[in-house]
Design a protein around this ligand. Structure first.
Ligand code: 6PG
Length: 255
């Protein structure tokens, strides 16, 4: 039970140091999860920010230090394009990480699907139920979900103003939007909130205003503000550019 809902904010000098810190965080969380319950269920996000971390995880010491044989990799969201499309989150992760890991392919759970979006969403819900051994209404509990944010304040594919993934008991829904503006699947707010650990990775000056709104504006108008709960811990890893507008003292600077 987590009584303190304050997100833990760490600011790194630059994106390269952020990737290194987040890879180390991924490793620690994986080791702790496997020690606690024999498995590590982790969901990745797409976009450009996490790619340096993904590439680091496919290098020493992480190739051996992370218990890949007990790790299951999922996605927080996916664009419904083919895996070889540059917009594919799975396709990018395959190049950066998955093809280099000592991990059984049965432990890699892409959302990519040729089926119609609503059927693909139901398919992924069934995959989650089987993999977590959990049936609705009980929610799957991810050990860790890595997320980014868009300049508009979206996370995963939960876009401000679109309640499809918010006002629902579903685990996965089909939405449309974002950039590229394509059909997508996304874990819903309910599933994201249920994770033991939620980690936001944000870099770049263009995200600074959104970061300041999310972390320092009281009115909770953006999806990332809806994730903290008594059952999870939310971490923000920011580079100095993304954190440049923060005025509070609620963060720790990594030299
Ligand atoms: C997606 C991502 C999305 C991403 C943000 C940030 O599929 O679009 O999951 O939520 O995390 O848009 O993207 P960048 O890291 O490229 O800024």
């Amino acid at each position: 039970m987590n009584t303190d809902l304050t997100p833990r904010i760490t600011i790194m000098p630059n994106a390269e140091r952020l990737a290194r810190n987040c890879a180390a965080f991924f490793c620690r969380t994986a080791v702790e999860s496997v020690a606690r319950n024999g498995r590590f269920h982790v969901a990745l996000s797409g976009g450009s920010t996490p790619r340096p971390m993904h590439r680091l995880l496919a290098t020493p010491p992480y190739l051996t230090d992370i218990p890949w044989a007990h790790t299951h990799i999922y996605w927080a969201d996916e664009r419904l394009v083919t895996e070889d499309d540059p917009a594919s989150n799975f396709g990018a992760a395959k190049k950066d990480l998955l093809d280099r890991l000592p991990i059984q392919k049965e432990h890699i759970h892409p959302m990519v699907s040729p089926r119609p979006p609503s059927e693909a969403a139901a398919d992924y819900e069934r995959l989650l139920a089987k993999s977590f051994g959990t049936d609705p209404p009980k929610l799957p509990i991810f050990d860790c979900i890595f997320l980014g944010i868009g300049q508009d304040g979206h996370t995963a594919s939960i876009f401000p103003g679109d309640r499809t993934a918010v006002d629902t008991t579903r685990w996965v829904v089909a939405v449309n939007g974002g950039s590229p503006n394509v059909d997508r699947l996304t874990l819903t707010l309910a599933v994201l909130r249920q994770a033991r650990c939620i980690v936001f990775l944000v870099t770049g000056s263009d995200k600074a205003e959104t970061v300041q709104t999310i972390l320092e504006q009281d009115r909770e108008t953006l999806p990332p503000q809806w994730l903290a709960s008594n059952d999870n811990q939310v971490f923000w890893f920011l580079d100095q550019d993304a954190a440049r507008l923060l005025t509070g003292d609620t963060f720790r600077n990594e030299a």
